[in-house]
Design a protein around this ligand. Structure first.
Ligand SMILES: Cc1ncc(C[n+]2csc(CCOP(=O)(O)OP(=O)(O)O)c2C)c(N)n1
Length: 527
């Protein structure tokens, strides 16, 4: 049989699926299973190369698979229970889609003959899956499961990467006749046409103000260094997309400022630009519409050139462009900057100072600090080299799950989850998985007891009549949330810091000890 590896008979659909996944390099499954996935669960014992990681909410499983995919470039699986399980996982699948993360969602469904009875968990799984997936398939026969799984993994890996969803009917899973399949070849990024590179070169040589906007794969060292050559030669300023999936930064790497979240600030960063060259980033747009403000921060009269998108070899295109217009330029490197540990009151700014001073080499930072994160880019710029992962799709509740997946992906590296309190509460049960798997994750909760950003947005959208009732809906102080108690209740050692020096002492200790920790940093809202 095509694709069969000669395992012979005696395998059910689930066993063929797991065998295919492991053979195709899917080695981790973040799971929250139910009855329809029991054969998948049972098959884990027959395929030891596939590690199951239990998550207590589907949004944790999907966010963890996102973090894993961002750090390895390979898909993890998220195992979800029918439509409601998928629905619980959708927000973080949305973030994964925005991050272009390779990810395989496996959603169990009722047995084919059971569907027409409209049992309580019956729903339109395919429709839900399509909102976030680039590929959706439900094998109709057990013999197809292996080949469909291999196709799903290839689809997830097709540049720039995305979510592929395999919907697995219970009877297809439990029936005998499964056929494992060989890995299907995934496409590679395409080389950028010479003409496109020449057009970008002409813009850079025009003498008019140019900005090169970097995103996706351009934010790793080779892309950053090629873009830096353009900047050094005075051909363009380099900027980074607002919410990168994974940005390599710190001492020894070229520094790229991120385009601001607030449209007015982004417009100021782009003011006067005549050529905006997109290298792995989409054209920038304002996160929201505001009365009287434009949706795009790109100035009038600025020409937008697409050098490369996520399907292209963006680093190769940047290097070719640099060879054309900046042949002798060498990339710059951010100098190490030793930070003094700040003293006194704990604020978002002093907390950022502490984190900048103590950030260990090779750290993976999962940044969902929201308004408390304003000072982090500055305070960590000269820290030892690290990766910075952000909230790509704006759906909060991502940081703790993302850290879970990053830590599973990179067991030798320290992971720092920098979390705003409101966002942390969406997927707080991720802490239980941090403890269960003994992941080396230090979580810092910026406990400002508000939805602070929404207080600002209330004014910015012109909802000025907002009074006490409106402000009350953005308040998290009644009752105050005791994050240290929540964490220790889930097996994560925790503490609370009320001053900058307490934060420094607790962070030092947490980073020095293996395994998970949580520090609740009591900070006032920045505005
Ligand atoms: C899934 C999802 N639900 C709701 C929102 C709307 N929202 C945006 S920011 C925010 C509150 C953020 O508060 P917190 O995480 O505490 O950060 P802070 O603004 O205080 O820094 C909410 C509810 C969202 N972005 N995503």
């Amino acid at each position: 049989m095509t694709g069969s590896q000669g395992y012979g008979s005696g395998m059910n659909g689930a066993q063929a699926l797991l065998r295919t996944m492991a053979d195709s390099g899917v080695n981790v499954c973040f799971a929250n299973p139910g009855t329809s996935e029991m054969h998948f669960v049972a098959a884990l014992d027959t395929v030891p190369e596939l590690r199951g990681v239990l998550c207590l909410f589907e949004g944790v499983a999907t966010g963890a698979a996102d973090g894993y995919g961002r750090m390895t470039g390979r898909p993890a699986a998220a195992l979800l229970h029918l439509g409601p399980g998928l629905a619980n996982g959708l927000a973080n699948l949305h973030n994964a889609r925005r991050a272009s993360t390779p990810l395989m969602a496996v959603v169990g469904d009722h047995a084919s003959h059971h569907k027409r009875y409209d049992a309580p968990l019956e729903s339109d799984i395919d429709a839900l899956a399509r909102t976030v997936s680039r590929w959706v398939r439900r094998p109709a026969r057990t013999a197809d499961v292996g080949a469909d799984a291999a196709a799903a993994i290839a689809a997830a890996l097709t540049p720039p990467g995305g979510v592929a969803t395999l919907i697995l009917p219970a009877d297809v899973s439990w029936s005998e006749g499964g056929e494992p399949a060989r890995p299907a070849a995934a496409k590679r990024p395409s080389p950028v046409a010479d003409d496109t590179i020449r057009q970008a070169a002409a813009a850079l040589l025009s003498g008019e103000p140019c900005v090169i906007l970097l995103g996706g794969a351009a934010l790793r060292r080779p892309g950053l260094e090629a873009a830096s050559r353009l900047a050094v030669a005075g051909r363009a300023r380099m900027l980074c997309e607002t919410f990168p999936a994974r940005l390599e930064r710190g001492a020894g790497l070229p520094a790229a400022d991120r385009l601001a979240y607030l449209a007015e600030f982004a417009a100021a960063q782009l003011a006067g630009t005549r050529h905006l060259i997109l290298a792995g980033a989409p054209a920038p747009v304002s996160f929201f519409a505001y009365p009287g403000l434009p949706s795009s921060p790109v100035p009038d009269g600025c020409e937008v050139h697409k050098l490369a998108d996520g399907t292209d070899d963006v680093a190769g295109a940047l290097a070719a462009l640099a060879d054309l217009v900046a042949p002798d330029a060498k990339p710059t490197a951010q100098q190490p900057a030793a930070q003094a540990i700040p003293d006194g009151d704990l604020t978002a700014e002093t907390a950022a100072g502490v984190i900048g001073a103590l950030l260990p080499e090779g750290a993976i930072v999962c940044d969902e600090a929201n308004t408390s994160g304003l000072w982090l880019p500055g305070s960590t710029a000269g820290a030892p080299p690290h990766d910075w992962l952000t909230l790509t799709g704006g759906a909060i509740g991502q940081g703790l799950p993302l850290a879970t997946g990053a830590a599973v992906a990179c067991p030798g590296r320290p992971v720092l989850a920098l979390e705003a309190d409101g966002s942390a509460m969406y997927t707080i049960s991720a802490l239980w998985t941090h403890a269960r798997e003994q992941l080396d994750i230090t979580t810092v909760i910026f406990s400002n007891r508000r939805y602070a950003i929404l207080g600002m947005e209330l004014d910015r959208v012109g909802a000025t009549s907002g009074g006490d009732a409106a402000r009350d809906l953005l308040d998290l102080s009644r009752p105050g949330i005791d994050f240290a108690a929540l964490a220790s209740g889930m097996g994560v050692p925790a503490s609370r810091a009320a001053t900058a020096s307490e934060l420094a002492a607790q962070l030092r200790r947490a980073l020095a000890e293996p395994g998970p920790h949580l520090i609740e940093a009591a900070v006032p809202p920045p505005f």
